[in-house]
Design a protein around this ligand. Structure first.
Ligand code: SF4
Length: 326
């Protein structure tokens, strides 16, 4: 089957004005995602991953750039068009408890988007009930829980409500914003398997935000690594783990635990000061923590360079500092 690009992000920027200056949370980010595929976004807390996801859905209004969804630049859409597109572009949040209204039952939480989007009027109680039952079945929630409140359910079941709610409008694209990081490890695998099964069955396209590299390796067709609001590397999982080429990616991968007591880990511990994201100056944003930094790194922000087909790196030494983490 021919693959079609469903989402393209071009030179996306999101700046926040603070009392101390301009905070560049997302700075000149460009990538595409093919239909029915998953793009994993990794990076440490505060690197701009979640802001990027929210800008793509216009939950934050971007400062500049383009978000092309199915051929349409959504940043140029008016409110009416945006409301229509909202049903095609959904989000699953990190903390299912915080994202659910504690006063709404499972049924009310799943039905809310259907009513807000005008799929059903609040009077169409039978149709709503049928759809709620169908969605609960899709995500594996027992029908006896239909009138339960979020506090009566465990984290895995609450996240299933979040997934059912996102799927109820039959979306094409979902931003998954750390959807399993608030769950127990045993439940994480169940929810990830469910999300993979649903992607297959419903032809979904995911932007999967996480700080867990093992998860992203398992789920993604492509991975982007973010550092202080910018993309520093983009590659397939195989390329990234076989040939991580940005010093920051190498440090991230070196921190993945190896489940073998006989293997000695060679962890790269990042040292040095974090560059402030406020009023960022010229030069590479990673320079203060980079063991390979040269004088030119502090003066010139590196361009993205393709070091093998589909594998791009923003580093002046791109392709010359390699390690393997397969
Ligand atoms: Fe390190 Fe220089 Fe590459 Fe930045 S551009 S990651 S400072 S080597």
């Amino acid at each position: 089957m021919e693959t079609k690009e469903l989402l393209r992000v071009n030179h996306l920027k999101k700046y926040f004005q603070t009392p101390h200056g301009t905070l560049s949370a997302v700075d000149d980010v460009t990538f595409g995602i093919n239909e029915r595929e998953t793009l994993g976004v990794v990076g440490e807390s505060g690197c701009g991953k979640s802001t990027l996801g929210r800008c793509i859905l216009r939950l934050h209004e971007p400062t500049d750039g383009e978000v092309i969804f199915d051929g349409q630049n959504i940043l140029k859409c008016d409110k009416k068009e945006m409301k229509r597109l909202r049903s095609k572009m959904q989000i699953i949040f990190q903390d299912p408890y915080a994202s659910l209204n504690p006063r709404m039952t499972v049924s009310q939480a799943i039905a809310a988007p259907l009513i807000i989007q005008g799929v059903y009027s609040p009077k169409e109680k039978d149709k709503i009930a049928r759809k709620v039952t169908e969605m609960m079945d899709v995500v594996g929630l027992a029908s006896r829980l239909v009138n339960s409140y979020p506090h009566e359910l465990d984290g895995g079941r609450r996240q299933r409500i979040g997934i059912a709610r996102a799927l109820s409008l039959d979306p094409q694209f979902i931003v998954c914003d750390e959807p399993v990081s608030a769950l127990d490890v045993s439940i994480q695998a169940q929810v990830l398997n469910l999300m993979q099964d649903l992607q297959q069955q419903m032809g979904l396209t995911y932007l999967f935000i996480t700080h867990n590299l093992s998860v992203v390796k398992h789920l993604s067709n492509q991975i982007v690594v973010m550092y202080l609001g910018q993309l520093v590397e983009k590659a397939s999982p195989d390329q990234l783990f076989r040939n991580p080429s940005h010093p920051y990616t190498q440090a991230l991968l070196s921190a993945i635990p190896i489940p073998d007591p006989d293997v000695k880990m060679q962890r790269t511990v990042l040292q040095g000061e974090l560059t402030s994201p406020i009023n960022v100056g010229p030069g590479c944003r990673f320079a203060k923590r980079c063991i390979y930094a040269k004088p030119e790194c502090r003066e010139m922000n590196p361009e993205m360079t393709e070091i093998e087909p589909g594998h791009i790196v923003a580093c002046h030494l791109a392709g010359t500092v390699n390690k393997t983490y397969e």
